[in-house]
Design a protein around this ligand. Sequence first.
Ligand SMILES: [Fe+2]
Length: 238
Amino acid sequence: MGVFFKQLRAGVNFAAGDAVAKQMANYAYVIGDTATGKALIVDPAYAPGELLEITQNEGFEPQGIILTHFHADHAGGTLYADSHPPIPGIKELLEIAAVDIHVQNAEAEWLEKTTGVGKDSLRLHDSGDQIELGNTKITLIRTPGHTPGSQCILLENAILTGDTLFLRGCGRSDLPGADPGDLYDSLRMLATKLPADIKVYAGHDYDKDPCQSLSSLLQSNPVLWDMPKETWVRKFGG
Ligand SMILES: [Fe+2]
């Protein structure tokens, strides 16, 4: 008995045929507790109903959603307030399933603007809060910078980093709500506080590998290198 974990590529493993999903290259994830059959889905944009079905077909009952951050390619809604039609996400999901939606406090007002889902429908968290999924404990770590309430999701030997950290580079810090100095602080925290052998799973498929160990990223990904904040912001901010 243990943790079930599945990485799903938008436009390939779900929402196949959705050109925006394919182009945006998002990952959704299913985390299941094999002892109790309960599961959480991470970032269910594009085809939330299909992600529920995938989770059920794996033998799990979806108990909740974790959002790494409010952007529409992760949560659904309007993508950067522009020309695309809204992306299906948590709003549509709540119409078909009564599930908890776990986000950081600092993300709530941004999420409401993007998806139309208000605070009343959310489970709001502070950094360090844990979600109990049967016998499995999942820790939510706030990592502001890409957005004010971006969060990383920590399992025993894996961390889901959303758009805070990619296998190559990191998320943008020039969009509304972003702060390059905060992103630097968040990445320094990840680089120095996590065990080196932990596996990093990002929010987008921007690399040939599905995941990499932190120790390997500390060598290959310069956004994790130790340098003064001013230097980092000049090189990587934006
Ligand atoms: Fe994002």
